[in-house]
Design a protein around this ligand. Structure first.
Ligand code: UTP
Length: 467
């Protein structure tokens, strides 16, 4: 696109202010700004602004809703599904996929979230936690499990340096692929204009975890998977060290044609209480989808069944399996909706020619969510799992879903593992383990795999146990 084309396309979508900004710049900075503008989604920008920035997506009325169908396998079914899933893994058909492009603003950690020290005794960073699981699974099922990691423009080079500095956590370099996700411009919430963050730079932000579909495609990862015979993507977030990165039971369920169409499957945990701020898997008409807590009518949120259990309690923990064919289809159909988030976006004011740091949300960021793909699935499988075994995210600096709550969850889980092997474990009045305990998947992926010689005689209050 030449300069004149860029100019006329910016005008066509009402972004003349970028041209005004250009007038004040020297030629080099002007062409940098125009070059950045040329990479905006100019074909759809006007429609995005009108449909999502200025008014937000149309609120679909919550009608024809019923609880999602959830699978809770008994022991016999679990064994059958696990055996099926193990075969799929052994056949080299599964890849791990971490979404790590988020900004992590709530935690406020200086680097990429995956570099955060997350384990109670040795302080392993989240990336190492997953790397060890991938190594252990590759050994257990005798196949090199490929690991794809989505970064963002903001943290891509820091993430790559971290992997290089840590020698790729002992994994063969060729087993890991990092790629950045797409970016979207930030918009002025008042007039919908694209915001500038500097006189010669447009304010951009990552396009949400749903951007992973386009990023998997753009990076060549989907194509590579097809070439390698990988048909299943095990999707998890960077902030949950309890994610079971390669879970044979879940994979077995997803790949069982009697129970799933093999397009997309998800894990759920029962909500802690009706007001817990998680999305909920629901049936809407013939389709399964996640309804965000902010969109769920209070009456449904609190509805209970005859046993007093919340009817809508299937909490989304952002662990999914995606078929490679399905991911290609979602990319081609390009149907994931945009969600509008009001944010404080520091920006450059053209009138005053100065930078402003807003005290209240002045901007709109547009993001896609991966769970929206679920509504495109004909027969998804939703697996109920135990929160204490699979979900302890690090989101906030303190309180719920913080490093402290995650540490306690790990200690409690591994305390349970040791107790199940006959070790006496000291707990407080609420049943929480008092010691710090850490078990590497390279030592044991389940409590049954713990070697007798690794078991401590007992675990007291101040112990630090590393296995
Ligand atoms: P969160 O919704 O918790 O957002 O992301 P965040 O950006 O990490 O944190 P806050 O909200 O700024 O505090 C959930 C998961 O999705 C990934 C994150 O890296 C995390 O693993 N994610 C989120 C992306 O990969 N890209 C995005 O654009 C957004």
């Amino acid at each position: 696109m030449d300069t004149e084309q860029i100019r006329s396309r910016l005008k066509a979508c009402g972004q003349d202010h970028i041209l005004e900004a250009c007038e004040k710049l020297d030629p080099a900075r002007r062409s940098a700004l125009l070059e950045q503008a040329s990479r905006l989604p100019l074909d759809s920008l006007r429609e995005l602004i009108d449909s999502f920035v200025l008014k937000g997506a149309a609120d679909e009325p919550c009608t024809a809703i019923s609880p999602a169908v959830v699978t809770m396998p008994d022991a016999a079914l679990a064994a059958e599904l696990t055996a099926r899933g193990e075969q799929v893994i052994r056949d080299g058909r599964v890849a791990a996929f971490t979404v790590a492009g988020g900004q992590g603003t709530r935690l406020g950690w200086g680097g990429p979230k995956g570099t955060y020290p997350a384990t109670p005794v040795s302080g392993k960073p989240l990336f190492r936690v997953f790397a060890e699981q991938i190594e252990a699974a590759s050994i257990a099922w005798d196949t090199p499990i490929r690991w794809y990691i989505m970064t963002s423009e903001a943290n891509d080079s820091a993430t790559r340096s971290f992997f290089a500095d840590n020698n790729w956590f002992g994994l063969p370099r060729t087993q890991v692929m990092l790629f950045p996700q797409g970016m979207m411009p930030c918009f002025d919430r008042g007039n919908g204009n694209v915001l500038l963050e500097a006189p010669d730079r447009i304010a951009m932000s990552p396009d949400g975890h749903g951007g992973s579909i386009a990023a998997l495609h753009a990076s060549g990862a989907l194509e590579e998977m097809s070439v390698l015979g990988i048909d299943t993507i095990s999707y998890f977030q960077v902030d949950n060290p309890l994610s079971s990165v390669i879970d044979p039971l879940f994979i077995g369920l997803h790949s069982d044609p009697d129970r799933s169409s093999g397009e997309m499957s998800s894990k759920m945990v029962p909500k802690r209480e009706s007001a817990e701020k998680v999305g909920v898997f629901c049936r809407v008409g013939e389709r399964t989808q996640v309804i965000e807590y902010s969109d769920m009518p209070e009456s449904l949120m609190t509805e209970v069944d005859d046993d007093g259990r919340l009817r809508y309690d299937a909490g989304n923990i952002a662990i999914h399996l995606l078929g490679v064919e399905f991911a290609n289809r979602v990319f081609e159909e390009n149907e994931l909706p945009w969600h509008r988030a009001l944010k404080k976006v520091p920006c450059f004011d053209l009138e005053t020619q100065s930078k402003t740091t807003p005290e209240s949300p002045n901007g709109v960021k547009l993001e896609r969510f991966i769970f929206d793909a679920l509504s495109l699935v004909s027969r998804p499988a939703i697996l109920e799992v135990d929160r204490s075994m699979e979900f302890a995210p690090i989101k906030n600096a303190t309180g719920q879903d913080s490093p402290e709550s995650c540490r306690q969850a790990q200690n409690d889980l591994y305390g349970d593992w040791l107790a199940s092997r006959g070790v006496d474990v000291t707990r407080d009045g609420n049943g929480h383990v008092l010691a710090d305990i850490e078990i590497s998947p390279l030592s044991a992926m389940t409590s049954e795999q713990l070697q007798p010689e690794d078991l401590p005689a007992a675990v007291g209050s101040d112990d630090r146990i590393l296995i």
